[in-house]
Ligand binder design. Structure first.
Ligand SMILES: CC(C)(COP(=O)(O)OP(=O)(O)OC[C@H]1O[C@@H](n2cnc3c(N)ncnc32)[C@H](O)[C@@H]1OP(=O)(O)O)[C@@H](O)C(=O)NCCC(=O)NCCS
Length: 332
């Protein structure tokens, strides 16, 4: 029997309607469009507005569209993994909330938290279930409502992040398509540079933590930048090398959209030209777990069966990694 690989058989995305432009940010903090664009590549990002709207409000429309696009009945789905750093609630898992709202009555579900590498880690995890032969349809979601944990008085972080996400369907493939290799890393000594100080079990919410603005993402940008440039470029180059891929063999680099300069450094290290790099950071900013599925969704019409894709990410933790996959279908 031929080997079972896990192939992406459909992708969908969702970006909330509200557009937060650099010009609007200029009215909120001491910054300007030129600084933001030159340092990050970001011009605007989307924000999820409305009461009682959590990350599931981003994921649900993406999953419903994915089910439609892939002609999947909700009850056929075996598992849903939701990568997110901004779950609707500490518990239960946002995956369960999404499953309930989209009719995935036979699926089990759980969340996976690996900051900006969350979608990659979840994709690698989901692929293992498919490779066993026991699971046939798995939805992997990457979504974040970063506006829930961004301090809009901190100009160093509020310019970067946005809300959005997407979902992919994973199914078994016996033609050698789908996920070929993954290289995932983490280093907890990096936690000090990017974290949320309160709201977890170490420092539960108190009036003091709220007053001290400790429920927002804390970041030492330069340190994160330094590690991200090296981490994302290293794993991308290594995954190419150990699969004997040259730059010519790579059809697309699908990088986490953290900062245009980090993306450029990764592409340079791989020797891949900018025409092969998926890029939408200018429109969405850094949506954490959402960036890679949002890229795949937007570029889906350009992807061909057999295309070699390298997905790469870096995030808080630190976490980082790369996945090499062969795209499994032509544009529909
Ligand atoms: C955050 C980031 C854009 C800042 O860019 P940078 O070039 O490192 O800028 P610095 O932090 O060195 O700050 C340079 C100056 O710009 C100022 N500055 C910071 N944010 C600013 C803003 N939004 N507008 C204008 N000036 C700003 C700083 O105060 C500093 O001023 P000073 O020199 O007078 O002290 C950059 O470090 C970065 O992208 N880091 C990685 C972040 C990331 O990807 N996080 C997610 C992980 S996946």
């Amino acid at each position: 029997m031929s080997k079972i690989t896990a192939a992406i058989t459909g992708v969908s995305g969702y970006a909330p309607d509200y557009v937060l432009t650099n010009q609007e940010l200029e009215t909120m903090v001491d910054t300007n469009d030129e600084w933001i664009v030159s340092r990050t590549g970001i011009s605007e990002r989307r924000i999820l507005k409305g009461e009682n709207q959590g990350t599931s409000a981003i994921a649900i429309p993406a999953v419903l569209d994915l089910l439609k696009k892939t002609n999947t009945k909700p009850e056929e789905v075996d598992l849903i993994i939701c990568a997110t750093t901004t779950p609707d609630m500490v518990f239960p898992a946002t995956a369960n909330i999404i499953a309930a709202e989209t009719g995935l009555v036979n699926a089990f579900g759980y969340d996976l938290q690996a900051a900006c590498s969350g979608f990659l880690f979840a994709l690698a995890t989901g692929s293992q279930f498919i490779e066993t032969g026991k699971y046939k349809k798995i939805i992997v979601v990457g979504a974040d409502k970063m506006s829930a944990i961004v301090d809009y008085t901190d100009r160093a972080t509020c310019i970067i992040f946005g809300d959005g996400g997407g979902a992919v369907m994973l199914e078994p493939n016996t033609e050698g398509l789908g996920i070929q290799d993954s290289l995932l890393k983490s280093d907890g000594t990096g936690a000090q540079f990017l974290h949320m100080k309160a709201g977890g079990s170490r420092r539960p919410a108190t009036q003091e933590t709220v007053a001290a603005r400790e429920h927002y993402a804390y970041q030492e940008g330069q340190q994160v930048f330094k590690f991200a440039v090296k981490g994302m470029a290293d794993v991308s180059a290594e995954v190419m090398e150990r699969n004997n891929l040259t730059a010519d063999d790579v059809a697309w680099l699908v990088p986490h959209q953290a900062n245009k300069r980090i993306i450029d450094a990764t592409a340079n290290r791989m020797g891949v030209g900018s025409e092969k790099v998926m890029l939408n950071i200018q429109k969405y900013g850094n949506t954490t777990s959402g960036t890679i599925p949002l890229c795949l969704w937007e570029y889906e019409p350009q992807l061909k069966k057999g295309d070699n894709l390298i997905l790469a990410a870096f995030g808080g933790g630190f976490t980082w990694g790369a996945i090499y996959l062969k795209w499994a279908y032509d544009p529909k």
